[in-house]
Design a binder for this molecule. Sequence first.
Ligand code: FAD
Ligand code: MLT
Ligand code: ZN
Length: 476
Amino acid sequence: LTSERYGVQRLPFAHVSSTDVSFFENLMPGRVITDLDELKLFNVDWLKSVRGCSKILLKPRTTAEVSEILRYCHERNLAVNPQGGNTGLVGGSVPVFDEIILSTALMNQIISFDDVSGILVCQAGCILENLNQYLEQLDFIMPLDLGAKGSCHIGGNVATNAGGLRLLRYGSLRGTVLGLEVVLADGSLLNCLASLRKDNTGYDLKQLFIGSEGTLGVITAVSILCPRKPKAVNLAFLGCPSFSQVLKTFTLCKGMLGEILSAYEFMDNECMKLVEQHLKLTNPVSESPFYVLIETSGSNSAHDEEKLSHFLEHVMASGLVVEGTLASEDKKIKALWALRERITEALTCDGSVYKYDISLPVEKLYDLVTDMRTRLGGSAKNVVGYGHLGDGNLHLNITADSYSHSLLEAIEPFVYEWTSQYRGSISAEHGLGFKKKHYIHYSKPREAVLLMQQFKAMLDPKGILNPYKTLPVKGA
Ligand code: FAD
Ligand code: MLT
Ligand code: ZN
């Protein structure tokens, strides 16, 4: 078969035969899916923008089964696509051709939790929200939170090095993940499942797998440091008259709220209109060009509320903020967060989405949105900006009634050149996957890409793990 998809040639991997299916059925009776209707959901990504044509999905329960699967696939030269909750936004989670889908859906067991150290050890297929609910009963929380929490798996989070809404406070998974268990491409097991805060014995190999998007190994278990559940949480939803006011409010709140600040997110009015129109959510304040969400988390509600009200008095008096609303009760907090968290969903209701996830110096963050708006004029339906301002991470999204190649050509490579000019990152938190791998050079020097290709060749010499993803082919 030499079929081409998206201008990519299928690599000469073996095709799944009936003998292969029998081998897997013998290994995992009842957990081998070959029904084409059932497979549809796993062949298409969350955005419904890329589609594979895999004919088989495997649902292992144990690390030993993952190891057996990969040992067999390696020997047979069969390509494998690791898949968690399939919420990835760069086309990395679904096959390009007929790769075998290896799902972690049944690897959902908590292995241990230590309530002194706060270290959780669990299988890779645990759903993020389930882990958080489990921890909340014990007065702890997960150190990350994202809009896809109800579906994404912790293994998928680690494989994409997901950022999300709490990174400002608890840092990236590169700091909170303490250990990983990984099955390598040939089926061998790498047990780096340490549960230690400090361990300087040689190279920190787990870091290679964090953010490797299923191209270097299959993560089967994760050890992660979890913070205590904050006793007091407050959320302020504020309207700002301009982006420079959004920045000044950020500087001020870092100074005035200090250690209790746990999130600083922003969205523009175009986003607000989309969540109002498509999801029927209500703007809790009067219409403004920008909105910010400021979350505080602390251990003493009186102390936090006092700090927050001083801060709010200050920003209102100085005109940085036009109007705001406050929430300290769970239901209202969730309703306010929905305005920000559900923008992704509202965008998909607006038409074809062109999605960019950019790191930039914070003062430049919104210039890209306004420049893009001017550049595209009437050829785009909406050009919107939102994101994790506290982390210097912009989500620039463009919608159109239908997919248009000429619109894409007007956006790319302009968006990447613009980003590179300020030494930004063309993927702040979503990864490169299938869609963005060719643009890695805008953010990484050739020598770095070459070294990555050498690591890939060493760990997966046959290239069976998530082919066509993350790295461009050598020399390309
Ligand atoms: P999948 O989508 O299944 O896979 C993602 C990648 O990881 C693929 O390349 C896959 O091959 C690989 N992979 C999955 N599991 C494993 C494993 N066990 N071992 C090796 N490789 C594996 N991202 C952010 O960073 N911040 C956000 O705030 C954020 N919000 C989101 C909100 C919404 C509504 C949606 C739909 C997505 C959002 N994302 C966000 C994207 C983000 O990448 C994912 O939600 C999440 O981290 C992916 O987890 P998953 O289990 O769905 O992985
Ligand atoms: C978010 O922050 O909402 C996510 O990264 C998803 C997106 O970029 O749309
Ligand atoms: Zn994000």
